[in-house]
Design a binder for this molecule. Structure first.
Ligand SMILES: *Cc1c(COP(=O)(O)O)cnc(C)c1O
Length: 357
């Protein structure tokens, strides 16, 4: 299904299939570097069956969003962070780095063409998906000599459907690991995601919506939830602590995570990066210390975690509903993205200026 955003968007478009009509494309080879830049229709790719990316997973991607603010402007949230992370993913996969300016100008072009009809509705955004893959039709076990960059977009509603603030249930995965030290857990490469689906299916079979990943070495330390970073809210005598696991090399450094750490501090909370074990999570919930847990990412924004299922017993976080700090941080993030709140960090890249300016 393709959706032209110039027609008004109504209802919840869901996540991942309401593609817009255009894509930006660039090619790379050693002689010409990045070349053959095109902005054209979103269309199927003719691929040789031996395309290296399909066989050896030399494939990386990104995810970022454009939002329309109440002043009519359309802006992209921190695309410079995604451009740099895309470069770090490329280095890890022995792929050529796309210059930040090329990444940003591709984003600008697609948002100008396909984001013009984005409604001023905080629940609807334009999700941008940059992709780079190896294109050599050659099955030698070596990095490709040629690559393709594509930028496509889809209209996004709430990742978890309409009830964004309805808490999700999670299963702690004791069997599978998402990432290992020295591996690729800290970059966004396609090869990280296929192997995670089986754990996601097991979570669903256990009646949960999402899987929680533990560290691969000790199977003890909480790392992430699905494709999202996790935060814990702890009530102490001196105030509220907003805690997230530190970037050990096996966590994906989320732009949402990084932004929430800044926003939480700005809102007067104590912000900490600290590792938390599953046992500690359970015990601190029982003791009323950890009162809220939420996951965050570009797609899901901020999503509360309500119940946890684990080999060693199940528990409820707080009273099982979205807590006040979760709501406050979610609102601060959405309001920052839409330009409702001041933007001291210059996080909004305005692509379509405010109406009347
Ligand atoms: C993309 C991703 C995130 C979230 O990153 P954002 O930049 O906030 O969207 C978290 N964890 C994993 C595993 C991811 O792939």
């Amino acid at each position: 299904m393709t959706t032209q955003l110039s027609s008004p968007v109504t209802g919840n478009p869901g996540h991942g299939d309401a593609f817009t009509d255009h894509m930006v494309s660039l090619s790379w080879n050693a002689v010409d570097g990045w070349h053959d830049r095109r902005v054209g229709p979103l269309e199927p790719l003719p691929l040789h069956p031996a395309t290296i990316g399909l066989h050896y997973a030399q494939v990386i991607f990104e995810g970022l969003k454009a939002h329309r603010g109440p002043d009519g402007s359309v802006s992209v949230f921190r695309p410079d962070r995604n451009a740099l992370r895309f470069q770090s993913s490329a280095r890890r996969l022995a792929m050529p780095e796309l210059p930040v300016e090329d990444f940003l100008s591709a984003v600008d072009d697609l948002v100008l063409i396909d984001g013009a009809g984005l409604p001023d509705d905080p629940s609807i955004s334009l999700y941008l998906r940059p992709l780079m893959f190896a294109t050599d039709p050659n099955l030698m076990l070596r990095p490709s000599d040629e690559y393709r960059f594509l930028l496509m977009a889809f209209v996004a509603g709430g990742f978890f459907g309409d009830q964004e603030l309805t808490p999700v249930s999670v299963l702690v995965s004791r069997e599978h690991s998402r990432a290992v030290l020295g591996g690729t857990g800290d970059v966004k490469c396609a090869a990280n995601y296929g192997p995670s689906f089986v754990a996601q299916n097991l979570a669903r079979q256990a009646g949960c919506q999402q899987v929680v990943w533990l560290d691969a070495a000790e199977h003890r330390w909480v790392e992430e939830m699905g494709g999202m970073n996790l935060f814990f809210v702890r009530r102490t005598a001196s105030g509220t602590e907003v805690v997230t696991p530190g970037l050990t090399g096996t966590l994906l450094p989320g732009v949402t995570r990084e932004s929430l750490l800044v926003l939480a501090d700005r809102l007067g909370h104590t912000v900490r990066e600290e590792r938390i074990s599953v046992d500690q999570w359970r015990e601190e919930c029982a003791a009323g210390l950890i009162t809220e847990v939420f996951a965050c990412g570009t797609a899901a924004v901020v999503t509360p975690v309500g119940t946890v299922k684990d080999r060693d017993g199940d528990w409820v976080v707080g009273d099982g509903t979205a807590g006040p700090v979760t709501r406050e941080l979610r609102q601060a993030l959405v309001d920052t993205q839409r330009g409702v709140l001041p933007d001291p960090g210059g996080w909004r890249r305005v692509v379509v200026p405010a109406s009347g300016s």
